[in-house]
Each structure stands twice: as structure tokens, then as C-alpha cells.
Design a protein. Structure first.
Length: 234
């Protein structure tokens, strides 16, 4: 139960500071995980990753060469679902012996991907800063500091992934149809959901709803249900 309240505290703080510069690095971290989700699917189902970049404005893209329709389908789904599952994996591994290696592993992955697939770009600069912060945390060598850093990154990434799915997929599609918010994205951007709609004929908003349902179910199973299962009765 203690973990639940800790996660709730982090979530409330993240929401309260959502539009401030303090949360910006965490949002960029979530975007990086999103693009890594596409990249992972490209490695498994396609011909691998050709280029990956994230932008300071929280945009990003992963250039993947697909093998087939199914390959493209899996790659398109890999972004939002991948970012949620990666964040949950980070929070899950924190409970294992691998806890002290999570931040270092992330830093190594970010640096390798940035050097190989981004070149000299904002992505590389972000990875260098991220790695420097990780090294600073390890230099402090405090178990609580490491735990809080992992929890903050994990919960923030979950919050951003769910929020981004709702706003840039579900709410965006509703606004494009009914024009509830004037002046907000009057043209439909080529998002993951739109690409899936073009491939399958299923509306983009439906894909957003599917992602939200899967994400919330995964969060419940990994965080909330696991928390209940650890209760002991005597």
C-alpha cells in the first residue's frame, strides 16, 4: 500500500507541474520510449531501424523499413503501447536485483541509439545530459535517491503516454469531427492512429480507445493488482 501512495504522490506532482519546464525532461524521456517502441517492433517484425529522433517540442519519429502489411501494423502499434510497457517494465524491474542497473542500462541504450541512428542532433544532446544525470545519481550512491528517480521516470512516462493517447488521438479525432475547440489542429496530422486507420479502415479514434484500454489494463495488472497481492493476513 505504501508504494501505491508513493506513486499517487508522484502522479499528482507531475499533473500539477505538467506545463512547467520541470516536467519537460520527463516528457522527452517518455517520447524517447515511444520511439523505442516503434524501433523495437521494427527490429522484430521489419528490417530494423534506420533513423530515430526526438525534438525539443516533444515530437519524434522512428524510420523503420517494414517487410509487409503486418510488419507495418505492428510498428504503428509499437509507439503508444511500447512506451507504456517500457515504463511498466522499468517499475517492475525496480523490485528485482536489477534495480541498481536500470538507470545505467537506459543511459547506455539512449547513447547507443542516439550515436548510431540520430547523429549530431537534439536526441544526442538529450542522451548526453541524461547520461550525465544518471552518473550524478550513481555518484550520490543512495538507495532512496535511485528508487525515487526510477519511480518518477516510470510514473511520468505512464502519465504522458496515457495523456498523449487521449489528447492527440481520441480528443483530436473528436475535435476534427465536431470542431468543439476552434483553432486547435484543424488539419489531421499523420499520427500512429491515422496510419493504422489508413491500413485497416478502422477509425483512428477506435485505435486510441483500444490503446487506452490496453494501457489501463496493463497498469492495473502490474501496479495495482500486484500491490493488492502483496497484502498479508495473519
Amino acid at each position: 500500500m505504501k508504494r501505491f501512495w508513493k506513486y499517487l504522490l508522484i502522479l499528482v506532482a507531475v499533473v500539477a507541474l505538467w506545463n512547467t519546464g520541470i516536467i519537460k525532461p520527463l516528457k522527452l524521456f517518455a517520447v524517447f520510449l515511444h520511439e523505442l517502441g516503434h524501433a523495437f517492433m521494427g527490429l522484430v517484425f521489419g528490417y530494423g531501424l534506420q533513423e530515430l529522433n526526438i525534438g525539443f517540442n516533444e515530437s519524434g519519429y522512428a524510420l523503420v523499413k517494414s517487410k509487409s502489411w503486418f510488419s507495418s501494423f505492428m510498428v504503428a502499434n509499437g509507439g503508444y503501447l511500447g512506451s507504456v510497457l517500457f515504463a511498466l517494465l522499468i517499475l517492475y524491474l525496480k523490485r528485482t536485483f536489477f534495480k541498481r542497473y536500470i538507470l545505467g542500462t537506459l543511459a547506455v541504450i539512449f547513447m547507443i541509439v542516439s550515436i548510431k541512428y540520430s547523429g549530431f542532433s537534439f536526441t544526442l544532446i538529450y542522451s548526453i545530459i541524461f547520461t550525465a544525470l544518471v552518473l550524478l545519481i550513481y555518484m550520490v550512491d543512495n538507495e532512496n535517491v535511485i528508487e525515487w528517480a526510477i519511480d518518477i521516470m516510470g510514473i511520468s512516462s505512464l502519465a504522458y503516454a496515457v495523456y498523449d493517447t487521449f489528447v492527440d488521438t481520441i480528443l483530436l479525432q473528436i475535435n476534427l469531427k465536431f470542431h468543439l475547440i476552434r483553432g486547435w489542429k484543424v488539419e489531421q496530422p499523420l499520427t500512429d492512429a491515422v496510419q493504422l486507420a489508413q491500413m485497416t479502415g478502422i477509425p483512428a479514434i477506435v485505435w486510441g480507445i483500444i490503446w487506452i484500454i490496453i494501457s489501463m489494463f496493463a497498469i492495473y495488472m502490474v501496479l495495482l493488482k500486484d500491490n493488492k497481492s502483496r497484502k498479508r493476513y495473519y
